[in-house]
Design a binder for this molecule. Structure first.
Ligand code: AFP
Length: 288
């Protein structure tokens, strides 16, 4: 039992608002230049990724209740306050490879009370940097804020309908398995429309804002365990989608929030969406 949870989260959420504004500034200055370094999964690191990572580390480590910070851009967690309680997993600039195309990108946070497992996630958050800055904070509900006149204004709580009409299918299509190809195709045959930018934050945000749909990043011949990282990407969004009334599963139809990453950078195939689409995925994968 953690009596201070609400107070602790309020402090962390306020800090996330601050760092969002700093990171927006970094993206504005970025010309998509690459550093000479690669992160642990071999991606080239953009200057903007590195700067965003440093901003988050510097600012969040000031919060005494945060024990460790684990970034998608680093191989190891940084212990910042030995007496702290929460472990924060974050992707400082998700979709950094599409910054140069001037598409929307985002920052993702998962706040874990204990080890990095879905069941220890007590809150999640993400920021979308697009034509405007939007922030979603998820604890007991999934709350949307927009940045207006220098502050984040609460707009509304986001709820997924039983089904939607957006289909966001990730992964290299050439390597999709037959059953995956068929289920993606079946959504299009039911009138779903393609919406895929290459950034999971804006793609998942669009489904939440429009009230339903399906985002998938399957395991494929070239990437059997998918591409998206559990701790920094999949688990926080699974938490958000379940809280909003939808679902999130892996290729074995296990709830994503029941997955237990063994290593910080473990990836998993993932499907996030409203209830109807998640059921269709389960049926298709059960037959495979
Ligand atoms: P980058 O951060 O390397 O741009 O990757 C973005 C991402 O992790 C996620 O935001 C996207 O949904 C996914 O990769 C897109 O991957 P594909 O380009 O393989 O569709």
């Amino acid at each position: 039992m953690n009596d201070n949870l609400e107070k602790d989260l309020a402090e962390i959420f306020e800090k996330i608002k601050e760092v969002a504004i700093y990171i927006q500034g970094v993206i504005g200055e970025s010309e998509g230049e690459y550093f000479e370094t690669q992160n642990s999964t071999g991606d080239m690191q953009l200057k903007a990724d590195v700067k965003a990572d440093l901003i988050i580390e510097k600012e969040l480590s000031k919060i005494a209740t945060i024990k460790s910070l684990c970034s998608e851009e680093k191989d190891e967690c940084v212990i910042c306050n030995l007496d702290g309680r929460y472990h924060v997993g974050y992707d400082p600039l998700d979709g950094s490879s599409i910054v140069e195309a001037n598409l929307s990108v985002g920052t993702i946070f998962g706040i874990y009370d204990g080890e990095f497992t879905g069941e220890n996630l007590v809150a999640s958050a993400y920021v979308v940097y697009g034509p405007g800055i939007e922030l979603v904070l998820a604890h007991k509900s999934v709350d949307l804020y927009t940045f207006q006149y220098g502050v984040f204004e609460y707009k509304k709580s986001l709820i997924l309908k039983e089904r939607g009409n957006i289909n966001s299918p990730g992964g290299t299509q050439q390597h999709w398995e037959k059953h995956h190809k068929e289920v993606i195709e079946s959504f299009f045959n039911e009138g779903y429309r393609l919406r895929y930018s290459g950034g999971m934050v804006p793609d998942l945000h669009q489904i939440l804002i429009k009230g339903g749909g399906i985002f998938s990043y399957p395991g494929t011949a070239d990437r059997p365990k998918g591409k998206l990282r559990m701790i920094f990407e999949v688990l926080p969004f699974a938490h958000i989608y379940e809280l909003a009334g939808g679902g999130a599963i892996d290729a074995k139809s296990t709830r994503a929030l029941e997955l237990k990453p063994e290593h910080y950078h473990d990836t998993t195939p993932c499907f996030l969406g409203s209830k109807y689409e998640i059921e269709k995925i389960k049926e298709a994968y059960a037959k495979s």
